[in-house]
Design a protein. Structure first.
Length: 251
């Protein structure tokens, strides 16, 4: 007899929860071990209980589905449940991630489950790479309004409005706010493409700054310039960065 797959439902809409619960319980190969309605609770439970399969909603309170996946070191098999329109669902297909487009039928649900049961392995060979494609597609529709950083067992949610500047550090970036700084495994280029245009500017190959936090633009030396931020931090800017700043600030 095939081993039962341990299943989580991560979904904040009660009708969708109940429907998934009913259909999961109708499949002998699945055993439902948890239902969660917010991202934080789901993240902690996935890390602790290590389910085999998660039905994961995209839009949820506290942490969304993509942020949960980003924070997991060893993600389980994932079937997204989403209310995204058809044009956005193409991103799921591109990323090779299975999805159920709400409202979905029991037949469509069973087709996704059978795909899991037939393979008995991770649906996405490189989930992190596929997740990156999916996030890029999502950000084409709407820029980031927050950045999520994992620090040990803690998860920090940083509103982009609180960011002073972001600094490249090898394969990481250091995100600076007025109160604290956070190290995140990503590239400056990736964040540059994801942050709100016009509010964040790459002024140097190693720095992105929040233009709302610029107090002064001045000379660094005879042939170079710097900016001074609201917290007193001086950042050297490149010639192209200066041109871009002058264009955005109408100087």
């Amino acid at each position: 007899m095939m081993k039962q797959l341990k299943v989580f439902i991560v979904e904040d809409e009660l009708p969708a929860q109940k429907l998934l619960e009913k259909w999961i319980q109708s499949i002998p190969e699945l055993i439902l071990i948890g239902i969660y309605a917010d991202g934080f609770s789901a993240l902690k439970a996935i890390q602790a209980e290590k389910p085999d399969l998660v039905f994961l909603d995209i839009e949820m309170p506290k942490l969304n589905g993509l942020e949960i996946l980003e924070l997991l070191d060893d993600p389980p098999q994932i079937i997204f449940t989403t209310a995204y329109h058809e044009y956005a669902v193409k991103a799921f297909e591109l990323a090779a991630i299975d999805y159920l487009l709400k409202p979905f039928s029991q037949e469509r649900f069973e087709r996704s489950v059978n795909k899991v049961l037939d393979t008995q392995k991770v649906l996405v060979p490189d989930l992190k790479k596929s997740l990156s494609k999916l996030k890029n597609a999502q950000q084409e529709r709407q820029p980031l309004d927050r950045i999520v950083v994992k620090e040990g067992v803690n998860v920090h949610i940083i509103p982009v409005s609180e960011i002073l500047f972001i600094e490249a550090q090898d394969d990481y970036v250091m995100i600076h706010t007025k109160e604290q700084k956070y190290l995140k495994l990503t590239s400056l280029r990736s964040l540059e493409n994801s942050l709100p245009n016009g509010q964040f500017v790459r002024v140097h190959r190693s720095f992105i700054v929040n233009i709302d936090e610029i107090s002064k633009i001045g000379n660094y030396s005879k042939d170079s310039h710097q900016i001074i931020l609201s917290n007193g931090k001086n950042i050297k800017i490149s010639r192209s960065g200066l041109v871009l700043l002058r264009e955005i600030l109408h100087l």
